[in-house]
Ligand binder design. Structure first.
Ligand code: ADP
Ligand code: NI
Length: 224
């Protein structure tokens, strides 16, 4: 099977598997990550098939919505690609990307990193970009709504010291997520193109927050 055929089959598989997925992790998230991955890959010396497959399959079974079992996604991807008779070396690399992308995304990413490659870094940058800017804001409030969280609460300060477990359980308002995660992402980007794209989206979020506080309390109208 040719590379474009493999990609085409994988697109169909991802679309079908993600039917009914929640708005932050649906097919369109995958499509955006796929496109941004290809955009970043243009400037990097990477295997474009690995990048494309990694992007298309990176959230194929997001652990958060699979009772926390992080092996479901990699297994599903492995089976699917093996059936297509994709070169085992490529399958292996793609599976490693899926296993490591959310791990590397976590707040504890500094410790115990297992695997790294330029292809992983490209897909990870593209995934992070989708958590930033206008789309990132939409996804954050969508997630907060899904978890029944407050939009903002001036009495609950952001907490940058939470462990990953505490963070998952926390009922903090969605606006805190900007300080706990989203505004920190631009400094974690791996590639030059990723950094440049993140910079613009970061600034957009800062502008958004300024406007948010002004509208929240028009009598005070100062950014905390
Ligand atoms: P991905 O799997 O796409 O890398 P996550 O699963 O960590 O990203 O999060 C999916 C989306 O939900 C992101 O846009 C992220 O910002 C948002 N999100 C995750 N946790 C929270 C939270 N505690 N509050 C608000 N938004 C969140
Ligand atoms: Ni993702």
């Amino acid at each position: 099977m040719s590379d474009p055929e493999i990609i085409e089959q994988t697109i169909a598989f991802a679309k079908e598997t993600l039917q009914g997925a929640e708005g932050g992790h649906d097919w369109f998230h995958i499509q955006r990550v796929f496109k941004n991955s290809l955009l970043i890959a243009k400037e990097e010396n990477v295997d474009v098939l690995v990048v494309g497959l990694g992007a298309l399959l990176h959230d194929i079974a997001d652990a958060k919505f699979n009772s926390g079992d992080e092996s479901v996604g990699p297994k599903l991807a492995q089976q699917f690609l093996a059936e297509l008779k994709v070169d085992p070396k490529i399958v292996d690399h793609v599976v490693k990307i899926i296993e490591n992308i959310s791990f590397k995304n976590s707040l504890e990413s500094q410790q115990g990193q297992k695997f790294d490659s330029l292809e992983l870094q490209v897909v990870q940058d593209a995934d992070r970009l989708d958590a930033l800017g206008a789309i990132g804001i939409a996804r954050a409030f969508n997630y907060g709504g899904f978890k029944n969280r407050e939009l903002y609460n001036p009495d609950i300060a952001p907490n940058l010291k939470m462990t990953k477990e505490e963070y998952k359980k926390s009922k903090a308002p969605t606006l805190n997520h900007f300080y706990e995660k989203l505004l920190l992402l631009k400094d974690k980007m791996n590639t030059k193109t990723g950094k440049k794209l993140a910079e613009r989206r970061h600034q957009f979020m800062l502008d958004y927050l300024e406007e948010f506080y002004k509208e929240w309390d028009p009598l005070v109208a100062t950014t905390p």
